[in-house]
Design a protein around this ligand. Sequence first.
Ligand code: AMP
Length: 384
Amino acid sequence: MKYDSAPILPGSTIGVLGSGQLGRMFAIAARRMGYRVHTFSPDSDTPTGQVADREVTASYDDLDAVREFASQVSVVTFEFENVPAATAAAAGAHAPVRPSGEVLHTTQHRLREKTFLAGARLPITPFTRVTSLTELMEGLVAFGCPAILKTAGWGYDGKGQIRIDSREEARAAWKKLATSEAVLEAFVDFRLEASVVAARGLDGRSVAFPMIENSHSHHILDLSVCPARIPVATQRAGEELARRVLEKLDVVGVLCVEFFVTEGGGLLINELAPRPHNSGHLTIDACVTCQFEQQVRAICGLPLGDTELLRPTAMANLLGDVWSGGEPDWAAACSDPCVKLHLYGKAEARPGRKMGHLTALGTTVEAAAESVAQARRALQRQLQ
Ligand code: AMP
């Protein structure tokens, strides 16, 4: 269905498919601007549901429930990319879905995503499609070892991927991945990882946030700092690449581009996320407009906000592991007045589960990073 491009104004209702922390922070931004928010997911008492006007609990495959949900809102967005295509299509018959189901379709599958990026002549890690052990061996001959084997479909935070260090490991890796379609990637000996969150409005204008530098622990984002500690020209190049991705994909909404920054200062796109991103959480406290307000503006057809970074900033994730010694010492973590606490309202703190984050603004990124690291350590002081 074709929808007009008139802005969806405050007072209207926005529907969110998904109910995690990204939906929660989106709903907070939307409600601050006077919108109502409905959320749809198979769960109840969710991070998004707790702050939404209405929480609908139903399966994504229950297309009648999806249609009913979409018919009560002015626009539908999503907060994670594994929403089935049929769900997005069912919603799209009743309200505009932004970003579109086509954007979801491309970005929820590694092979489709990489094929799109290669076709758009955007810089990516060399890759090849692999559907058998023979093709895997051929790929390893072409790329050399080490190389990274990833499932073509569903995967995030390093899930569904195996590093292969020698050709002898190929058979076991293929067996372990247990899939009929995979992507083999050349190993990138990168200097650091970085991301750019950008938004594109209904009018086709796009705006990027400053590039963020990321470090991971066990494949899960641990610490982000902004601005990234790389030459300004490289940062601007990354921001420009992100805007090109949004344009080529015809995104209306927010999208994050994850990059490898090579030793020589080159940029390779590792992955796209068609939504706000964990690294972009620092924009809430550090930028004139945050990534969630930007998502509201973009999908509602409002002009996009200023993305300027106000001060050097760091963000540290709080995983369920922080609860290993009992309830964390929240007061201790807040004792530095520059540290901001964000918790997502999740009842069960499992290891590796994203429960919240801390953000600090500083005079330098090093000072900000030290503040969040110290506050995170203080949470578990009783263990030390
Ligand atoms: P992904 O799930 O594809 O984002 O990968 C998770 C993490 O694995 C990345 O953030 C990198 O740290 C690492 N990684 C993924 N692909 C490669 C690659 N081709 N070369 C080196 N490291 C990689």
